[in-house]
Design a protein. Structure first.
Lengths: 285, 99
């Protein structure tokens, strides 16, 4: 898949700031970032308040997604460009939702908010007023979403890619040092998973590495993307959405799912196998 | 670079006996740099965490004891690396000056 269908750079965004059919959407872990400033014309989606079901442990359903996008003033035929902090983790997570619910044209801003800031590009405080729409979402495409039973059945069968940091993978820590601790009951990883941290797919400035570099990252870790179906997971599904974007959207591997239940679910399941230590990474613990 | 936290670092609410803190300030000349990005890399150079600096240029990580690299990215500056050793119950102070 040509990467410019799914990824745009800052120059492209600047050239489309006043394009009425292009909607910029900021999605952050630090939801206060948008209030401080944002790219001109961008609306905000709150990854927690807007994208999670308020009651049960799941993300928004089709009707809730339709309501959200309608309120945000996004139309079915708009080009949606997502960006955010944390190297686009949560923007990738939102991207995956837009695909899951069948949005036609959605892209990521390469490098997200970080590269935009490091380039000293314009950020504004003004919040745009967008007229509400009547958005129609499609039924969820579960070919890109993995659930726990499939994950358990995939042990030793499919490629399981754990994209957390090495210390989370081995069980030394349960969450990244700077984040709130959504805890699983136990530490470790799914047996037979390979640890390929999300960060291996990105440059320091948050942009994605070139396609050939990306292919060698996964091949070098012993993951044959063509021979087996692949499931990516992390702690709560946002870093693995970043890897899902790399594999499914940049490299065009159609047989890749994101397991958004991720370690917070798997590490709390009763009776499933868990592995600690370096596992099959071949890297030091 | 280790020792008692300097007065300009806000560590209120942190139970230092349980943490191996790495903290400091990113500055350019005499001025703190807010909105710089500070990356924490482990002993193998693998990315571990990243935070933007505060309005006063401060950053802070809760690390594990050991040797780490702090890499500061700021607008109009080359990345700057600093090596730092973190220990439990201590604040490893590492200030970074960018060009």
């Amino acid at each position: 898949m040509p990467r410019n269908n799914v990824l745009v750079d800052a120059e492209w965004v600047e050239a489309h700031l006043d394009d009425p059919k292009v909607v910029l959407v900021e999605v952050d872990e630090d939801t206060a970032a948008y209030e401080k400033n944002h790219i001109r014309g961008a609306v905000r989606i709150d990854w927690k308040k807007d994208l999670q079901d308020p009651v049960k442990r799941d993300f928004v359903d089709q009707a809730q997604f339709e309501k959200l996008l309608s309120e945000k003033g996004i139309s079915n035929d708009d080009t949606v460009v997502l960006y955010g902090g944390n190297n686009n983790w949560f923007a990738s997570y939102a991207y995956w939702y837009f695909k899951l619910y069948g949005h036609g044209d959605v892209k990521l801003l390469d490098g997200g908010r970080k590269k935009w800031e490091l380039d000293s590009r314009e950020l504004v405080e003004e919040v745009p007023a967008r007229k509400a729409t009547t958005y129609t979402a499609q039924a969820p495409d579960t070919s890109i979403r993995a659930f726990r039973d499939e994950v358990v059945a995939s042990i030793g069968v499919k490629n399981l890619v754990d994209v957390r940091s090495p210390d989370e993978f081995t069980g030394k820590i349960s969450a990244p040092a700077h984040l709130p601790q959504e805890q699983a009951q136990v530490r470790g990883h799914i047996p037979t998973a390979r640890n390929i941290p999300w960060s291996k797919a990105a440059n320091d400035d948050g942009t994605f590495k070139a396609d050939d570099e990306l292919r060698s990252v996964y091949a070098g870790a012993g993951v044959d993307l063509d021979a087996k179906d692949t499931i990516a997971y992390c702690r709560i599904g946002e870093r693995s959405a970043h890897t899902w974007f790399v594999l499914h959207e940049l490299l065009g591997q159609q047989n890749v799912k994101n397991y958004d239940g991720s370690w917070t679910e798997y590490g709390s399941l009763v009776g499933v196998p868990v592995e600690t230590g370096a596992g099959q990474t071949g890297e030091q613990a | 670079m280790c020792g008692a936290p300097a007065q300009d670092l806000d560590l209120s609410g942190v139970d230092l006996s349980k943490e191996a803190v790495i903290a400091g300030v990113v500055s350019r000349g005499d001025d703190p740099v807010p909105g710089a990005y500070v990356r924490l890399l482990d002993a193998t150079g693998e990315f571990t965490a990243e935070v933007p600096t505060s309005a006063t240029g401060q950053f802070r990580f809760f690390a594990a004891p050991g040797t780490w690299t702090v890499r500061a990215l700021a607008p109009k500056a080359e990345p700057v690396d600093r090596t730092v050793v973190a220990a439990l119950g201590d604040v490893a102070r590492v200030d970074v000056s960018v060009g």
